[in-house]
Design a protein around this ligand. Structure first.
Ligand code: FES
Length: 150
């Protein structure tokens, strides 16, 4: 973790009360997650109890307290995608990445997540990588998609 970059971000909010959420979001954006060291530095610099920072960070879905990869892969396993080979798509992606849903590859390139309906069921099975939607994805296509990201 780039300590200097972390300090620059935290220092921006040094005198701002009520800026905790924005600060957490900025750190999330910079590092793709909010490491323990960042929480400790926020606590010290802004004089906010650790418990309060963790409570706020846990509440917001867009803030992750666990490492996340450069690419976020969401595989839909909602009902419509389930009946159209969604589980096989998920299995193929797990095999390609060598991780389970909810995990991040060791090289920090990919985080794999399971989602329940992305609101475009007619396109199922659906895979979303970094916000880019891929519809009617069968296992071979899923592998191709994952390998197209580096
Ligand atoms: S179930 Fe997959 S998009 Fe709705």
């Amino acid at each position: 973790m780039d300590q200097k970059r972390l300090s620059q971000i935290v220092d921006r909010y040094a005198d701002q009360e009520g800026a905790l959420i924005q600060l957490l979001l900025d750190i999330q954006k910079e590092f793709n997650w909010v490491p323990k060291e960042a929480v400790q530095q926020i606590s010290k610099s802004l004089d906010i109890p650790l418990s309060q920072i963790y409570r706020v960070a846990s509440f917001y879905k867009s803030v992750s307290l666990r490492p996340r990869g450069k690419h976020i892969v969401n595989v839909c396993l909602g009902t419509a995608c389930q009946v159209r080979e969604g589980p096989r798509v998920m299995d193929r992606i797990k095999g390609v990445l060598g991780i389970d849903a909810g995990e991040t590859t060791q090289d920090m390139k990919f985080t794999l997540e399971r989602v329940n309906c992305l609101g475009c069921c007619a396109l199922g099975p659906v895979v979303v990588v970094d916000g880019e939607y891929h519809g009617k994805v069968l296992p071979a296509k899923a592998e191709e998609i994952i390998k197209s990201y580096d």
